[in-house]
Design a protein around this ligand. Structure first.
Ligand code: SF4
Length: 286
């Protein structure tokens, strides 16, 4: 008998759910104002298309908003540079800020560290909006590293006072590796584990799943950083791991000889998508 196991923590996190609910509420109450979102509201094509059909327009830069006083700009959960917020205000654009509080926390910590003259290192993806916005807010003063190797190449001096933070969706293992490396490399080290609770829970339960299942489907947008991280974690333990966006990507050959099918999903994956995948798998195995 084949069974389907769903990771204990998977799918929408608090921050993403809050951003999407706010986006739907905003467009519903927008009256004669045009609603924009800076970048994709979440890294999930289904949700992006649905909001677009309701009239929410995705833009890449503020300059794309023409009638600024008749516009609402939604800031997604990844946050945005302080400079963009200030510019929007100046242009008279109504801003609905859904930046996740966990992302805001990073900004607050960095604010303090800058005043205290720490060399600030952030473990994160340089081009991820959360990190590029943060760096822009602080005039590119942050040292962003994507791996332990990049950290080693920074040439940290024994006399440095270092503060280490992490992108909210980073891998806990990578963060620990960086902490271990820095411990005896500098005069003073301050560590802020800014990986959010939802990310940590999803990583740990995906790890458990990967140990127990014969095949694993990691569900979420291919451009979703936290989903890709879950994929790496599972693939490391179980080579029969597949990153899929929806049920159409499941192939019969993936299930051959497998008795335990595991499903985990990134923080930007809607429950509907997970349900459709379960439905399809049940059809295929019965
Ligand atoms: S993954 Fe964490 S930081 Fe990102 S939106 Fe969700 S709760 Fe917030």
């Amino acid at each position: 008998m084949t069974e389907i196991i769903i990771a204990e923590h998977s799918g929408f996190c608090f921050g993403v759910k809050r951003a999407i609910d706010t986006a739907y509420k905003t467009v519903k109450g927008s009256k004669n104002k045009k609603v924009y979102v800076l970048g994709e509201i979440i890294h999930n094509p289904k949700v992006v298309n649905e909001l677009s059909n309701l009239g929410v327009e995705k833009i890449e830069k503020l300059e794309e908003i023409k009638k600024t006083k008749k516009s609402i700009l939604i800031i997604r959960s990844h946050g945005v540079s302080k400079k963009i917020l200030a510019k929007s205000e100046k242009l008279g654009i109504e801003v609905v800020d859904t930046t996740c509080p966990f992302v805001k926390k990073l900004e607050l910590i960095i604010d303090e560290l800058i005043k205290e003259n720490y060399k600030i290192i952030v473990l994160g993806d340089k081009f991820h909006p959360e990190i590029s916005s943060l760096n822009d807010s602080f005039d590119n003063k942050l040292l962003i590293v994507e791996s332990l190797e990049e950290l080693e190449n920074l040439g940290i001096q024994k006399s440095n006072r270092i503060a280490l933070l992490s992108q909210t969706t980073q891998s806990l293992k990578k963060f620990r590796d960086c902490v271990n490396y820095l411990v005896d490399k500098c005069l003073e080290l301050r560590i802020f584990n800014t990986i959010c609770k939802s990310t940590e829970q999803r990583q740990l339960s995906s790890l458990e799943l990967a140990k127990n299942a014969d095949v694993i489907f990691v569900v979420g947008g291919k451009n979703s950083a936290n989903t890709r991280r879950l994929y790496e974690i599972c693939k490391n333990i179980n080579s029969s791991t597949y990153h899929i966006e929806d049920e159409t990507e499941i192939k019969k050959k993936y299930l051959q000889g497998k008795k335990k099918i595991g499903i985990t999903a990134g923080a930007s994956t809607p429950q509907d998508t997970i349900n459709e995948i379960v439905k399809k798998l049940e059809k295929m195995i019965n």
